[in-house]
Design a protein around this ligand. Structure first.
Ligand SMILES: [Zn+2]
Length: 354
């Protein structure tokens, strides 16, 4: 298949949107990157993570408390991913490049790879959102069928019941399988990853080793293999589940579009920004606690249109985006509560499995 290409329009929805969002930042005299509120949140999340880790590994709590702490740590992994790593990787955490790199490296310490994330998420997912055969976020084949063009198997009939098993192993599979597959194949799906420099190889392997020591070697040495295994599974399963659900609710629900580029030319009918609005949905944007925890990933329309603006500004710019969508006759998909989006995601999976 030819590399998909979006239609180019000079006076477009996107140029109008950019002008209005830029004038908002000029008016309020604020930088579109993160502010004190975000840095404070990052420090809280990282310090609490370090304290709970130290308590678990060096002070051996009772088994019940230890499992609770591991689940809590799993939640913190997801929160650090949403709030610190995700903004850092998009270059929106701070106006300083080095601080963004530092924030994105939190993923490396937690067992992932910031290099592969940048390719998979920033480049492939953000450009070709819900484009069949390209967007890696809808590739869980053959286990799950996430769009019409994917091959149907008998077990998909039950995918709305067993999806959580695959979502739970997402984080473990990043750590031990998919990062290495991408590294050795040099590809994510059909898209080639950009050539890694010597320093990228060093970061990839160096941090995989650091993660191995911090989350496998040291805990096994301090607590024994069985205790470590129970704790490690509790942490990674909970983190994987939360990460998968939050990312899936943005695009694989009943009201989002899936796009198949023209088979010969690879052309996509819409301009890129309209495509982002049609393929994305928001949820629970009025819920302050959810917004704080998921790092604005409930404002996915804002995020997909302006990934270089920190999530801390999404509630403010969402009003502008909603208005421009209305003027251009575009549906702004939004679920008022997270549970409605979850129900819609499950119905979507059921529909795809039929
Ligand atoms: Zn993103």
């Amino acid at each position: 298949m030819a590399t998909p290409k979006f239609s180019k329009i000079t006076q477009s929805f996107y140029s109008d949107l950019k002008t209005r969002v830029n004038s908002y930042f000029e008016e309020v005299k604020m930088s579109p990157t993160g502010n004190f509120q975000l840095f404070f949140k990052a420090v809280i999340l990282l310090v609490v993570f370090a304290l709970v880790y130290a308590h678990l590994v060096f002070f051996t709590p009772s088994i019940v408390l230890a499992i609770c702490e591991c689940v809590f740590l799993g939640g913190l992994v997801a929160a650090i991913g949403f709030n610190v790593m995700h903004d850092g990787a998009h270059g929106s955490f701070s106006k300083y490049k080095s601080i963004n790199t530092f924030a994105s490296f939190s993923l490396n310490i937690l067992g992932g790879s910031s290099y592969m994330w940048n390719m998979k998420h920033n480049i492939i997912h953000h450009t070709y959102t819900n484009v069949e055969g390209v967007d890696d976020d809808i590739e869980i084949q053959p286990w799950m069928r996430m769009s019409d063009s994917q091959k149907k198997h008998w077990m998909h009939k039950y995918q709305h019941l067993y999806f959580w098993i695959f979502y739970s192993i997402l984080y473990i599979s990043w750590m031990f399988v998919t990062d290495y597959m991408k590294y050795f194949k040099g590809k994510i799906g059909e898209i080639k990853i950009t050539k890694m420099k010597f320093s990228d190889h060093l970061v990839f392997w160096g941090f995989k080793a650091v993660h191995l020591v911090l989350f496998i070697g040291l805990p096994i040495y301090m607590l024994g293999f069985t205790n470590w295994l129970i704790g490690f599974l509790a942490l990674t399963i909970f983190a994987g589940l939360i990460l998968s659900i939050v990312f899936q609710l943005a695009h694989t629900v009943e009201h989002t579009a899936f796009v198949m580029p023209d088979g010969e030319t690879g052309n996509i009918e819409d301009e890129w920004a309209k495509h982002q609005v049609k393929t994305t949905a928001n949820f629970a944007t009025h819920n302050k606690l959810i917004s704080w925890l998921v790092g604005g990933l409930n404002f996915q329309i804002e995020h997909h249109l302006f990934p270089k603006i920190s999530h801390i500004h999404y509630p403010a710019i969402s009003k502008i985006i909603k208005q421009v969508c209305k003027e251009y006759g575009l549906v702004y998909n939004e679920y008022p509560r997270m549970r409605y989006a979850l129900v819609s995601h499950i119905s979507y999976l059921k529909h795809m499995g039929r």
